[in-house]
Design a protein. Structure first.
Length: 135
């Protein structure tokens, strides 16, 4: 026995084409834009995406061209606009060995060159330079 095709009502769609929540496919954008909460959430999402875009675009400009990316591991001096705290040291340990800090920088050793953009992407990193050989 063949089952008859389901009716719109059995699928949760009324005569106006809206779903169980009363929102049609085209109407969800309209519903979100009419709601103050929807506009606030949409605005927050747009701001977050703009922030992420800015971080991605600013990162390469913080990396010194003197860093030799052909090596398998590089030693870096990561400059911050403030005195580094424990949080910053722990964050950079994901990328290499932290061998010390100075007034406004962190010495980071054994970093893979493909991690440079990830390090420079933090908004609190001012610049990334090679660690001088005498250190």
């Amino acid at each position: 026995m063949q089952t008859p095709p389901s009716s719109p009502a059995s699928r949760g769609v009324d005569r106006l084409g809206t779903g169980r929540l009363g929102i049609g496919r085209r109407g969800i954008v309209r519903t979100v834009l009419r709601s103050a909460k929807g506009r606030a959430v949409l605005g927050a999402i747009v701001l977050y995406l703009c922030w992420q875009l800015w971080l991605s675009l600013a990162a390469p400009g913080k990396i010194s061209p003197e860093i030799d990316r052909s090596q398998t591991r590089v030693n870096l001096l990561v400059y911050l606009p403030f005195v580094p705290e424990r949080f910053h040291v722990l964050t950079f340990q994901k990328y290499g060995r932290v061998s010390g800090t100075t007034d406004d920088s962190i010495e980071l050793r054994g970093v893979r060159p493909d991690s440079l953009n990830a390090i420079a992407r933090y908004y609190w990193v001012a610049r990334v330079a090679p660690l001088p050989p005498d250190q």
